[in-house]
Write a protein that binds this ligand. Structure first.
Ligand SMILES: [Zn+2]
Length: 410
């Protein structure tokens, strides 16, 4: 013979798809059905569904669960006032609840150096990413909801941790339907743009990992893909700017951390390689010229290339290119306008006049999607401004691991 409590528990088990949580319509605060009073029954609960935005009725609010006769009156729950409850409504709500539960912790464990963000599944499992702080457990002094996606925890020593819920689930190894909570230790409030850059970096790196696992030779195509927007921007700049207003070419030290001391980022501080081992195919390789003078650009575009006045693209003394390894990016020191014309005509091969192995930079620095970080100390060196170049930086590490050598003359 089952007790009423056991019957009620069994009923709940069978009806686990009932929505037990909602957010309040004004403050967007996650609210448990069990916290409501009788007089908040129906639309008086003033709650909405965070996924579809629909108004919710509180059914049987304020009734203790064991007193609900099994099988007859449903246990307290939220019901959509108009329309139906979709699976996405429950998933979204469970994500918010996961964030709420994390926020209620009295202490928070901040993982060690190799961790910069936590990914928390709704199942409660915590997955870790990359970071720059020592592992420690800190008491929580204050907590505050910013909106239903974001919360702020103040630690006892005054430092602030922002927790933010991402709506989409693409970060491995979380499963579909699980919440992904990004935890940014000790930063000021991250801007929306910075969170978007971080998400973009994560996605770009996931594709790179996927390609590397299938066949790492494809990583070279990803370097081409991720640098192409910069190449296009440089090629276009001269066309859309005043006659002498095009962007300058990108020097090796400007590729990843443009405003960091040259002792770290200048190619000349790294080993020089035999440049005759390399060649740059203008049609496909990542080369970054900066045509800046409109008249020269017009002349090069109209004269250089097969079928035009000057004929097929040929290297001359004016063309000065440095191959930067291990990424296989070519920086242009001279001949910007005709190199740009060769890229656009899809023809021409250049032997670099210099080649540099900057893999030593990868031994000192890593990119975590927020910052470039000094590996030895874990300290941020500078912000990551461009997720594509941040990803290219880390792809350099993969190229090394898999011994893929770009720009090699065959
Ligand atoms: Zn809904």
């Amino acid at each position: 013979m089952q007790t009423p409590q056991e019957k009620a528990a069994g009923w709940i088990e069978r009806n686990h798809t009932l929505m037990a949580w909602a957010v309040t319509s004004q403050e967007r605060k996650a609210t448990y059905i069990g916290s409501l009073q009788r007089e908040q029954t129906g639309l008086k609960c003033d709650c909405v569904c965070p996924a579809c935005g629909g108004r919710l009725q509180a059914i049987n609010a304020g009734k203790p669960i064991p007193k609900v006769p099994a099988g007859k009156t449903p246990r307290p729950h939220f019901r959509h006032d108009v329309g139906q409850q979709y699976e996405s409504c429950l998933i979204k709500m469970s994500q918010i609840v996961a964030l709420q539960l994390l926020l209620q912790e009295k202490a928070i464990y901040l993982p060690p150096q190799t961790v910069s963000f936590l990914v928390v599944g709704a199942s409660g499992q915590i997955y870790t990413g990359t970071s720059h702080c020592d592992g420690l457990t800190m008491d929580v002094a204050a907590r505050e909801w910013i909106d239903e996606h974001e919360a702020k925890i103040t630690l006892q020593d005054g430092r602030v941790v922002w927790l933010r819920l991402f709506g989409t689930v693409s970060s491995n190894p979380a499963q579909p339907g699980e919440a992904v909570i990004t935890h940014l230790p000790f930063s000021n409030k991250p801007s929306k743009a910075s969170l978007e850059r971080q998400a973009e970096f994560t996605n770009l790196m996931e594709l790179a990992q996927d390609v590397a696992a299938r066949d790492p030779r494809g990583l070279l195509d990803l370097v081409r893909l991720y640098t192409r927007p910069i190449q296009t921007e440089l090629l276009l700049s001269c066309a859309k700017s005043p006659p002498h207003g095009g962007k300058a070419d990108i020097a090796p030290h400007q590729l990843f951390m443009p405003r960091v001391p040259l002792v770290l980022t200048s190619h000349s501080h790294y080993p020089q390689l035999d440049e005759t081992q390399f060649e740059v195919d203008l049609a496909k390789d990542p080369i970054l010229p900066g045509p800046w003078y409109r008249e020269r650009y017009a002349k090069a575009l109209s004269e250089v290339g097969s079928g035009k006045k000057s004929g097929a693209w040929e290297q001359d003394r004016n063309h000065s290119v440095a191959a930067i390894l291990p990424w296989g990016i070519a920086c242009v020191f001279g001949g910007n306008h005709s190199i740009a014309a060769g890229i656009l005509a899809g023809e021409g091969v250049v032997t670099p006049c210099e080649a540099w192995d900057m893999s030593g930079l990868l031994a000192k620095v890593r990119c975590d999607g927020i910052h470039y970080v000094e590996i030895e100390t874990g300290k941020p060196i500078c912000k990551m401004h461009d997720p594509k170049m941040g990803a290219v930086f880390e792809i350099g590490r993969l190229l090394e691991q898999h011994q893929i050598k770009p720009l090699r003359r065959l």
